[in-house]
Ligand binder design. Structure first.
Ligand SMILES: Cc1cc2nc3c(=O)[nH]c(=O)nc-3n(C[C@H](O)[C@H](O)[C@H](O)COP(=O)(O)OP(=O)(O)OC[C@H]3O[C@@H](n4cnc5c(N)ncnc54)[C@H](O)[C@@H]3O)c2cc1C
Length: 517
């Protein structure tokens, strides 16, 4: 095989002109003779004296992401005759990043954590490898193209080997009897396992695509799990967990966003009392464009909201909404026009819609917290690496105190957010659901506000350090540009920052005893 051939640097040096152009990157020898004219940066840079026929590793990695190398393996003709390690090691699938602070502390082999045991670590290793190997490339491509996750991949995630969709619903009876990745027993799966799954998935760095990958299920399915009867569970759960069907949560309307009480989609009981007839529209429904089921909040009386499972039929129309992240999310308007819904599809009883909605808010917000904390850290990692690679006026960016100061702020925001998140997660694993609602709703709301505010500040500092590349789609700064365009989702979805900050304070006020100074 050509790639097994070994060349000395002197041999490579001979091939340094137009039509006969070799160079070395990371100890591999590439023949660019016929590629130079197709080089997006022009042939000229490749023919420069310090590039043509030379070891161009430093120049290459200061201008290209490592994925580019994988794209051009066909140009590789052999290895450099050296025993030295590659100057810029590229992580293998599944590996932990050796970059300081790029992983949460519990993944640092030298650090201890009271929260994570061997089963969390085994799950983390499995998920990291799976997402690196099988998901990341499709996710990043889909984020750009707007193509929703392929049926093959979504269904693969649902196979018993991975059971990803079921795990994303958190601990519960739906996992009983299963052996999950890393050998985790379904009965042992706790909120830290769920945190691991969410944070590993976020690392693929494709927020809209990831939303397209059953995010509707994470918020739309809990009422079935918590309030559905056995026949509904049997009918609905298997296909969703297998990745064959999708479900959305359909609450928001043009006039009812933060103010859920403003819902105007109405349901009227049919004369025979067997169906609700639903008419109205929903807005911004994640996965709505392709969902099979809609967990829908409807008005059943002037002061009465009811939650019901609506199955897609010809009376349901969906229309895509373009937002700042990828259309792969399938964000949509959903129109119901006299849609017939069997009365058995009501969840939690007529008039109890608000209770059903509120019962899932904490978990939804916690999921968002897990996501922001890890996504922000990924941006820190990208920026930290960039600050070491990029030179300006003869110095690396990391050598500038002002850049180091920005990085310091990123590190402490990431670590504060993760540490607070782990504390709340620990409380969740030890509290009854009722106690969680009473005692954690406030802290969770404040944590989400803190994390989304921090994400904004981290994004701002990242973009400054990346310069033009931080606001350019594609290329080296692609993830940073994407982050500054999409971090805001998490400050609005699941409760806007202002609403949540206020909730956090009002919850604390409820517990205020008579106290004097
Ligand atoms: C991409 C995307 C996906 C979504 N997915 C879903 C989904 O799957 N299902 C679903 O049902 N909904 C979904 N939504 C809707 C989302 O939940 C709402 O956007 C959110 O509830 C805010 O409502 P709004 O946009 O109408 O803003 P408004 O309610 O109009 O609020 C706008 C702003 O007003 C301020 N504000 C509002 N109320 C208060 C208050 N009480 N105190 C202080 N300030 C206040 C806040 O600054 C707030 O950000 C999605 C939205 C987007 C953009």
């Amino acid at each position: 095989m050509a790639s097994a051939k070994v060349y000395t640097l002197e041999q490579v040096n001979q091939h340094n002109k137009e039509g006969d152009l070799w160079l070395v990157v990371n100890n591999d020898v590439y023949d660019l003779s016929s590629f130079a004219d197709m080089h997006p940066g022009g042939a000229g840079v490749l023919l420069a004296a310090d590039i043509a026929g030379q070891d161009a590793s430093t120049a290459f990695f200061s201008l290209h992401r490592s994925e580019v190398l994988a794209k051009y393996t066909r140009l590789k003709i052999g290895r450099l005759d050296t025993t030295a390690p590659a100057p810029y090691p590229i992580l293998a699938a599944g590996e932990l990043s050796p970059v300081p602070h790029a992983e949460p502390d519990w993944l640092n082999p030298k650090f201890r954590s009271p929260y994570y045991g061997e089963s969390h670590r085994a799950l983390q290793r499995s998920m990291r490898k799976f997402f690196d190997d099988e998901v990341k490339a499709e996710a990043r491509a889909g984020e750009l193209s707007g193509d929703r996750p392929t049926a093959d991949l979504v269904q693969k995630m649902g196979q018993p080997e991975w059971d990803l969709h079921a795990m994303r619903m958190g601990p519960g009876k739906h996992l009983a009897g299963k052996t999950l990745p890393g050998g985790v027993k379904g009965e042992d799966f706790d909120y830290f396992h769920e945190l691991v799954v969410i944070q590993e998935l976020v690392r693929v760095g494709a927020p809209g695509w990831q939303a397209g990958c059953q995010a509707g299920m994470v918020i739309g399915l809990p009422p079935v799990l918590n309030f559905g009867d056995e026949s509904m569970k049997k009918r609905v759960l298997p296909d969703i967990f297998a990745g064959k069907k999708f479900i959305s949560l359909a609450i928001s309307e043009p006039q009812a966003g933060s103010d859920v009480q403003g819902i105007t989609t109405t349901a009227k009981l049919s004369e025979d009392g067997k169906h609700w007839i639903v008419s109205g529209m929903k807005k911004w429904i994640t996965n709505g464009y392709f969902s099979d089921y809609f967990m829908t909040a409807v008005r059943t009386g002037p002061k009465s909201l009811t939650m019901m499972l609506i199955e897609r039929d010809d009376s349901v129309e969906t229309r895509k909404i373009r937002t700042s992240y990828s259309s792969a999310a399938g964000t949509a308007y959903v129109f119901f026009e006299s849609t017939k819904v069997p009365v058995e599809n009501v969840l939690g009883g007529e008039g109890n819609g608000l209770k059903v909605i509120l019962s899932n808010f904490n978990h939804e917000r916690w999921v968002i917290c897990c996501r922001i904390a890890r996504y922000s850290r990924l941006m820190f990692e990208e920026t930290w690496k960039w600050a070491h690679l990029r030179k300006s006026q003869g110095k690396r960016l990391i050598d500038q105190p002002v850049v180091r100061n920005k990085l310091a702020k990123m590190i402490y925001k990431c670590d504060m957010g993760q540490t607070w998140l782990e504390n709340i997660t620990y409380q969740m694993t030890h509290m009854s659901y009722a106690d969680q609602s009473a005692l954690l709703a406030g802290p969770m709301a404040l944590l989400k506000t803190f994390l989304s505010r921090s994400a904004g500040e981290i994004s701002d500092d990242c973009v400054q350090i990346w310069g033009g590349r931080g606001i350019t789609q594609g290329g080296m700064g692609a993830l940073i540009e994407q982050f500054q365009r999409t971090y805001k989702f998490d400050s609005i979805l699941g409760g806007s920052e202002e609403v949540l900050a206020d909730l956090g304070v009002r919850q604390a006020m409820k517990r205020m005893p008579q106290a004097v100074l």
